[in-house]
Design a protein around this ligand. Structure first.
Ligand code: FUL
Length: 475
């Protein structure tokens, strides 16, 4: 522990969670028999013969994700229909009985390799609910699930995230039984044991579910994080598929564990590719909006890019994603805060000077002395700046401390005026507002749970940042 820094406050991220926060955006790949049957949830009775992408190219998925600025890809190795995209030795219901690559293909291998080659992280989604498996509902299936997880976590190199979705039980084919099976999601899967398998085989991987243990669901599939986002969370009594509660987005201010939210959303209306949705791909503007409302609210963004029947990400999706990236690059091209002389009402010591906030160095921070629960940081500019976006970063390695802040400017009359305000900051907080021109800006940390510690403050100007150019809903 650095002697110049304050002691950590409350629950703090583990090293694997810190690495995950820094990814910020990564992609989801939903692909299975559904792609060929036009379904969202396969019933489990699909013949492997339907799985036959004509020109599957995992490198194209990786290239597309990289063009979007994404740092990883998570593949639906098995969705609820039970079809496996790798030749699992525990089932015949997989690519090995499909015509694709004459039954010798392995989508998991192709994507894991392409990710490694392209410098992306690779993650796995393995649906706990399996509508194909005859033994779904008893212990034999849970063992099967764990065996499959072991295959995926042993044979395909490093995995950065293991995704357990919460859809559970219901009607299905179940090896021909063709019936409805109900399980108790709180107890059936024995999650503690399954998690220990992940920890043992891939200690660096974060585990996602509705309740963590490393990353939690944001609580909706529309790409929106909560205005107030605490990474702290009380997971007691929660599990994958817990009845929906509306605290997933906001978390718990004094939560016992660090379990940050992940915002998952599809670039199309559905999670799987459907030709009839080719005209409904989200526009670059909509994706930028999602970025501001997810990453900009302290969550990570998991954006789904479903390959089509060729096994390629469709041209419309590629075009939208590139458009989104170009817009973001333009919006964040120039950090105006860098030209400021920066001072603070309270500073802990010379090592944590306020000038650190504009250095663009995640290792540096500004910190207030112990016991200081509100402080101001002032930026003086040699010439007036015009800006309409603020980006703040809290030094989350030491915990989430800020409960309320506002950004003020000196207006034409020389009076301090509020430009923006918010509650939590966390890993990253972005707020857009009407443009202001000024030579003096101050960040008022109005209410903190412990002495504040920030990593950066950045200011940008962009006429295309969206958010209706207004502060509405932001404070
Ligand atoms: C949900 C599933 O039911 C959807 O099909 C999709 O995979 C989504 C990401 O998770 O639980």
């Amino acid at each position: 522990m650095d002697p110049f820094l304050p002691a950590p406050f409350g629950a703090v991220p583990s090293p694997r969670q810190m690495a995950w926060h820094q990814l910020e955006t990564y992609g989801f790949i939903h692909f299975t028999t559904n792609t060929f049957t036009d379904l969202e949830w396969g019933y489990g009775n699909e013949s492997p013969a339907v799985f036959n992408p004509t020109t599957l190219d995992a490198r194209q998925w990786v290239d597309t994700a990289k063009q979007g600025g994404f740092k990883g890809l998570i593949l639906t190795c098995k969705h609820h229909d039970g079809f496996c995209l790798w030749p699992s030795r525990y089932t015949e219901h997989s690519v090995k009985n499909s015509p694709w690559r004459s039954g010798r293909g392995d989508v998991v291998r192709e994507l894991a390799d392409a990710c490694r080659e392209g410098g992306l992280q690779f993650g796995v989604y393995l649906s706990p609910w399996d509508r194909n498996h005859a033994r779904y509902g008893d212990m034999a299936y849970v063992n099967y699930y764990r065996d499959q997880l072991r295959e995926l976590l042993t044979h395909y190199g490093p995995v950065f995230e293991v995704w357990h979705d919460g859809a559970n039980g219901g009607n299905g084919w179940y090896g021909g039984a063709d019936e409805t099976r109900k399980i108790n999601p709180a107890t059936y899967y024995g999650w503690e044991t399954t998690r220990s398998i992940v920890r043992q085989l891939q200690p660096e991987a974060v585990i996602f579910s509705d309740a963590g243990p490393d990353v939690r669901w944001v609580g909706n599939e529309s790409g929106v994080g909560a205005e107030t986002t605490w990474c702290t969370f009380n997971p007691a009594g929660r599990y994958a598929g817990s009845p929906a509660v509306d605290d997933l987005g906001s978390g718990h201010e004094n939560g016992s564990h660090w379990i940050p939210p992940e915002t998952d959303v599809s670039i199309r209306p559905g999670w799987f590719y459907h030709a009839h949705e080719d005209g409904k791909v989200k526009t670059p503007e909509q994706l930028v909006e999602i970025y501001f409302q997810s990453v900009g609210r302290g969550t990570s963004l998991l954006l789904n890019l479903p390959p089509d029947r060729r096994g390629l990400i469709h041209e419309n999706d590629v075009a939208s994603l590139c458009g989104y990236r170009t817009m973001l690059d333009r919006i964040f091209a120039t950090d105006l805060a860098k030209t400021a002389r920066i001072s603070a009402t309270h500073t802990r010591n010379p090592e944590t000077a306020p000038g650190n906030l504009v250095q663009d160095d995640p290792e540096l921070c500004w910190a207030a002395p112990d016991g200081i629960l509100n402080a101001n940081i002032t930026l003086d500019f040699p010439t007036p700046i015009t800006f309409n976006i603020v980006q703040l970063k809290e030094t989350i390695a030491l915990g989430q401390r800020v409960r309320a802040w506002r950004l003020e400017i000196v207006n034409d009359q020389g009076i301090w005026e509020v430009a923006a305000a918010g509650t939590t900051i966390g890993y990253k907080r972005l707020v857009r507002f009407v443009p202001h021109t000024t030579r003096k800006v101050r960040l008022v940390l109005a209410d903190c749970k412990a002495c504040p510690v920030l990593t950066s403050i950045q200011l940008f100007y962009s006429p295309e940042a969206g958010g209706n150019g207004a502060t509405k809903g932001e404070y």
